[in-house]
Design a protein around this ligand. Structure first.
Ligand SMILES: Cc1cc2nc3c(=O)[nH]c(=O)nc-3n(C[C@H](O)[C@H](O)[C@H](O)COP(=O)(O)OP(=O)(O)OC[C@H]3O[C@@H](n4cnc5c(N)ncnc54)[C@H](O)[C@@H]3O)c2cc1C
Length: 192
């Protein structure tokens, strides 16, 4: 069995298209760095996606979603892989590894933060503390802010300030049609 045997034919064509249309690195099973690219924090999970994309920005995410659609593949996002065990088989799935999107802006006066899709909790907690602010953090500094919040986000401050999910003001999301949307309580409230 070769590294390519479990990969659907559609995925081979998709990898060529991803390399043309995505600025960030694209990894296929035959590539150097493949095992590191596909590995989750939870090393008990041996995940073998069709390809791994490391987006440089939201435009890369949108491009990857469109390519996957065009080739009949699924897409999933992963930051650290703390929750990797929940995935099904990924043979027909492009894994978006969000680790490059770690930008964090702290608006101290507004007591809020704008957080990239790959930011880990420590990326927010440390700069917020410089302004005397605390973030709604969980127990691990290495869990991502987005993954934590999507699961609710229950931390030490939850009894007083609520869950992390309840504190989200707006999201920039790429939907399944490959469009980038800003959603909040007023704009597209159902999706928000
Ligand atoms: C050591 C440890 C300590 C923890 N402590 C706490 C705690 O105190 N409180 C608490 O509430 N939880 C805690 N958790 C649970 C943790 O919050 C979840 O496992 C969380 O889902 C991890 O997020 P991640 O992004 O790091 O992991 P990932 O496995 O990378 O992502 C988690 C999920 O979010 C999805 N996802 C991530 N990014 C995106 C995106 N941009 N768009 C769409 N979907 C996305 C992924 O597909 C996946 O389903 C802990 C987990 C561990 C392992």
């Amino acid at each position: 069995m070769t590294a390519l045997d479990h990969i659907p034919t559609a995925a081979v064509a998709a990898v060529d298209a991803l390399r043309l249309r995505v600025a960030g690195p694209v990894f296929a099973p035959e590539d150097e760095g493949w095992d590191a690219a596909r590995a989750a924090w939870n090393v008990a999970v041996d995940q073998r996606p069709a390809a791994v994309v490391v987006p440089r920005d939201a435009g890369d995410v949108a491009a990857a979603v469109r390519v996957a659609r065009e080739h009949g593949l699924r897409v999933t996002a992963q930051v650290t892989g703390h929750n990797a065990g929940a995935y099904e088989a990924l043979d027909d799935t492009v894994l978006l590894r969000m680790t490059e999107l770690r930008d964090v802006e702290i608006d101290a006066a507004g007591r809020r933060a704008r957080v990239g899709a790959g930011a880990e909790r420590r990326d927010v907690v440390l700069p917020a503390a410089e302004h005397g602010l605390a973030a709604l953090a969980g127990s691990s500094p290495q869990v991502s802010v987005v993954g934590y919040a999507l699961g609710g986000g229950i931390g030490w401050l939850a009894r007083r300030f609520g869950t992390a999910a309840d504190s989200i003001l707006a999201l920039d999301v790429v939907t399944a049609d490959g469009e980038l949307r800003r959603v909040d309580a007023d704009r597209d409230p159902d999706l928000f």
